[in-house]
Design a protein around this ligand. Structure first.
Ligand code: FPP
Length: 239
């Protein structure tokens, strides 16, 4: 049983897609699409925190996003820094716990410090667990876990036959958190794009057509309501 009493998903993951198309539709620079996307993000985090969702994972910057133009990468990095600086007080006051998914070593120093500070400051909070994926790629995450277990084996600390799901999951960025129940990707694209491949094994997928900057709390409520009506069988049968 992975849903709580009210049919609410414990873990929601969101691929916030469509900022570029939104900017184009409004004849604006792509950076302004991302800026509008951060406004949506703020609203959705507030809602998830109030609604009692346990974990919210947001795909903010993938390992592949470095391939975008220099100005776009710089704009995203600036927004990330601004977000962590301006929102941390409110998030902390609301007992939100921030965890970064991804290799933060490759981030510019200011961003690295800001995210490490947010993680540390909110580490003991008991509200919404907010995962922000930054320089994240699921294949890298899985390989990192495999390497860590292989290291333990080579040091004689672990027998290969003792490697099970629990030990494997303990090496992932999401260690200790439940699997994803509901995955939402906005903008009508039907791809997972290397996001939480292991954790999404039994997730329900939803692909609303709306672009991320236009995604509202009402769209989110609709997705949660639709989730409550899905029949989750985990490979079994209900009849
Ligand atoms: C996808 O839209 C979105 C991204 C690659 C970045 C998402 C980032 C944010 C919403 C803001 C930064 C995050 C934080 C934590 C402050 P796209 O540009 O691929 O859209 P397109 O497919 O329409 O071009």
């Amino acid at each position: 049983m992975r849903q709580n009493e009210a049919g609410m998903p414990r873990h929601v993951a969101i691929i916030m897609d469509g900022n570029g198309r939104w900017a184009k539709q409004h004849s604006l620079a792509v950076a302004l699409g991302h800026r509008k996307g951060v406004e949506t993000l703020r609203e959705i985090v507030r809602y998830a925190s109030d609604a009692g969702i346990e974990v919210l994972s947001l795909y903010a910057f993938s390992t592949e996003n470095w391939k975008r133009s220099k100005p776009e990468v710089a704009a995203l990095m600036k927004l990330i820094l601004e977000f962590f600086r301006s929102e941390i007080d409110e998030l902390h006051a609301n007992r939100v716990r921030i965890r970064i998914l991804g290799d933060t070593q490759a981030l510019p120093e200011a961003q690295r410090k800001a995210v490490a500070g947010a993680d540390l400051r909110t580490a003991d909070n008991d509200g919404l667990q907010l995962n922000i994926a930054l320089n994240y790629g699921a294949r890298d995450e899985i390989l990192m876990a495999v390497r860590a277990l292989a290291e333990q084996v080579s040091q004689g600390q672990l027998q290969p036959e003792l490697i099970d799901a629990q030990r494997f999951e303990a090496q992932l960025y999401t260690a200790g958190q439940p699997d994803v129940d509901l995955l939402i990707r906005t903008s009508g694209e039907y791809r997972l794009s290397n996001f939480l491949l292991y954790q999404n094994a039994y997730a329900e997928f939803m692909f609303p057509e709306v672009l991320w900057p236009d995604f509202t709390v009402q769209h989110f409520e609709q997705a949660l309501a639709d989730f409550g009506r899905r029949d989750r069988r985990y490979g079994g049968r209900t009849t």
